[in-house]
Design a protein. Structure first.
Length: 300
């Protein structure tokens, strides 16, 4: 199938989100059932790989809240990355089990075998590839959220010179701001928070001047809370995101890659992404594009 180009202005991304991102029906059990029906094991014919054969579950570390990628309603995990991993697990003949894990310790949790995989909007970087293996599934950029009264005055990172920006701890958003600071007379100040929800709340309560996160996350906050959040410019640094796996689990890597490839080919991954209005972030057809981007500065 033809995958969509990714050189998009963030205002267009926001327009896609506005239609349905805040729809309470996005996580309904009826739609979940219909989506999962398109991702049965027989569709991809994947044998259950080691090391899952004994346990029967694909245990997934994820950092919530990070809507619309992953979030919780009560004890239930929701989001496009959650549904993607549920489909991946089903096609391998197992069940996905999600564990809430702080992003700053999420790779350590995988290496300590507290989970079998990570899905948490994790950009693929050369530094992270030294620690884990990746199966790429989407390409996303980052964006700045500001308060509505600052809309129009903040159009790029450089406009935040001398101001304070909230980021999630453990991401490389801070590194990207520090790189920008090298070009500024007055540096951008950074405050790190345990999760995206806390970082967004810091902007809402006036503790910081901006909130910096992945573009889908920023758009989701703006759409759901337009009185509190507005877009501060265009998308920054489009880079591939991937499912992280232990390097030694080569059989699991191959199986996950095969399933993701199959979900692209049969359209089921696009269907999941479209449900949450993030189908514009599908991977480009040119696989080398992701490899080249991985050498750049990732931000989550």
């Amino acid at each position: 199938m033809l995958r969509r180009p990714l050189a998009l202005m963030f205002c267009l991304i926001l327009a896609v989100f506005v239609s349905a991102c805040g729809d309470d029906d996005s996580g309904s059990s009826d739609s979940d059932s219909s989506d999962k029906g398109s991702s049965s094991k027989s569709d991809s014919d994947i044998d259950t790989p080691a090391p899952l054969e004994a346990g029967g579950d694909l245990v997934v570390c994820t950092d919530v809240p990070y809507p619309p990628a992953e979030y919780q309603e009560g004890t239930e995990f929701k989001g496009y990355e959650v549904e993607m991993l549920e489909s991946v697990a089903e096609r391998m003949g197992v069940t996905a089990e999600f564990q809430k894990t702080g992003f700053d310790g999420i790779i350590g949790a995988l290496q300590a075998k507290k989970c079998d995989a990570i899905v948490s909007s994790m950009n693929i970087t050369s530094e992270r590839e030294e620690q884990v293996a990746f199966v790429p599934y989407m390409t996303i950029g980052q964006a700045v959220a500001v308060t509505p009264d600052a809309e129009g005055s903040i159009n790029a990172l450089e406009d935040l010179a001398g101001k304070t920006v909230a980021v999630q701890v453990g991401t490389t958003l801070k590194a990207l701001i520090e790189k920008e600071n090298a070009n500024l007379d007055e540096p951008i100040k950074v405050q790190s928070f345990p999760d995206a929800g806390a970082a967004a709340a810091a902007l809402q309560t006036g503790k910081v001047d901006a909130f910096f996160a992945d573009a889908p996350v920023v758009a989701d906050y703006v759409n759901k809370q337009p009185d509190n959040f507005a877009i501060g410019g265009t998308q920054i640094d489009e880079l591939p995101a991937g499912i992280a796996l232990r390097k030694e689990d080569s059989e699991l890597q191959d199986a996950v890659q095969e399933v993701i490839d199959a979900m692209y080919e049969d359209g089921s991954l696009e269907k999941i992404f479209a449900k949450f209005n993030v189908d514009e972030f599908l991977l480009a057809d040119d696989a080398d594009e992701g490899d080249e981007a991985a050498e750049g500065d990732a931000t989550s």
